[in-house]
Write a protein that binds this ligand. Structure first.
Ligand SMILES: [Cu+2]
Length: 127
């Protein structure tokens, strides 16, 4: 597996990745998924980055869910956890970054280029 595992995907690549998600494991740069990777009930959540804001800025998910950020600004952005639990690559306009939610926890994140941008992921148990 490559260390340059592509968190940044074109939209079409991303769709392919998601459609295969039930049959494959995610790249190692996604942060630790919990033991339950049955996948059938997992959900994909989309956060839109627009006008230097994450929408929604607070997102509740369950362990095993996929979270994706799509950048609609001309400026590049990231979603970077304050405690380094996850980070996307630099997302240019139209790029999509994704992670798989790990153990239940609350994670604050920001953009590495714009520290005034704030978001929060609340991960709840998938049971
Ligand atoms: Cu930014």
């Amino acid at each position: 597996m490559s260390l340059r595992s592509p968190l940044r995907k074109s939209f079409y690549q991303h769709l392919m990745l998601v459609s295969l998600a039930g049959a494959m494991s995610f790249p190692p740069t996604t942060f630790a998924a919990a033991a339950d990777d049955g996948g059938d009930s997992s959900t994909v959540h989309r956060i839109t980055i627009e006008k230097f804001k994450y929408g929604p800025s607070i997102l509740k998910v369950k362990t095993g869910d996929t979270i994706e950020w799509v950048n609609k600004d001309f400026a590049p952005h990231t979603a970077t956890a304050l405690d380094d639990v996850f980070k996307t690559e630099k997302l240019k306009r139209g790029d999509v970054g994704m992670i798989v939610a790990g153990a239940p926890q609350t994670i604050d994140y920001t953009c590495q280029f714009h520290s005034n941008m704030k978001g929060q992921i609340v991960i709840e148990s998938g049971d």
